[in-house]
Design a protein around this ligand. Structure first.
Ligand SMILES: O=C(O)CCC(=O)C(=O)O
Length: 222
């Protein structure tokens, strides 16, 4: 049964959380499973990905500002994916480690996923700023499934809302190794998210953000 998260600001317990519900967009919800992978599985997967995946740095433009993204990226998927000013071309050379976690994930969430953005946060300086995964090729209500490996980093969601009362509503998920966070419904319309920069030294973190990407000019709404 979905749980309303209002009283909690830092969420560490596995659960199915409703963030908000509006007449215009419907429900925004997050499923969090802290132990989706065991410690041994996540450690093995972390090592395999480091061996099998080449992460690269990209210069990108967001809100008119062009800069080197403060994380490294690798992309696999059957259609192109554009965010900011960068287009990642189709890449179907899925390494075995990513293919196996994709299969496990599809069974868990009962959803077809055809792409993954792999993020490497090398140390405390790497982060991702406030954004939504709102690109048209993701459809209107995308299911975005995010597996974390390595160092725990703070994933924060905040309401996109001009209503002052709600501007300070944030939920923080400390995403530990082996955890799975799935954003669903209107989350990309009504909420934005980020990974905070850290002040303390930290070890590398790999995040695998699986999505379903539609081909260019698709007409589907979901
Ligand atoms: O690293 C994460 O947990 C989030 C990554 C993210 O927001 C993204 O790839 O759009």
């Amino acid at each position: 049964m979905a749980e309303k998260v209002t009283p909690k600001k830092i969420i560490t317990e596995s659960g199915d959380y409703i963030l908000s519900e509006t007449c215009s967009n419907g429900k925004s919800s997050v499923v969090y499973i802290a132990d989706f992978l065991s410690a041994a599985e996540s450690s093995t997967l972390f090592d395999q990905i480091q061996q099998q995946v080449t992460f690269e740095s990209f210069t990108n433009t967001f809100d008119g500002v062009t800069e080197l993204e403060p994380k490294q990226i690798a992309w696999y998927g059957e259609h192109p994916y554009t965010y900011g000013a960068v287009t990642h071309e189709p890449n179907m050379n899925w390494p075995s480690a990513l293919q196996s976690i994709k299969t496990k994930l599809e069974e868990q969430i009962n959803c077809d996923l055809n792409s993954v953005l792999c993020n490497l946060y090398r140390d405390k300086h790497d982060y991702v700023s406030w954004h939504t995964d709102g690109e048209p090729e993701l459809g209107l209500h995308p299911t975005i499934a995010s597996v974390s490996l390595g160092e725990t980093r703070q994933f924060v969601l905040r309401r996109i809302n001009n209503n002052k009362e709600n501007n300070d509503v944030t939920y923080t998920f400390p995403l530990c190794a082996g955890s799975l966070l799935v954003m669903k419904g209107a989350t990309q319309q009504d909420w934005e998210h980020c990974i905070l920069q850290e002040t303390q030294e930290c070890q590398p973190r790999i995040n695998l953000t699986f999505r379903r990407i539609y081909p260019p000019n698709h007409t589907g709404t979901d």
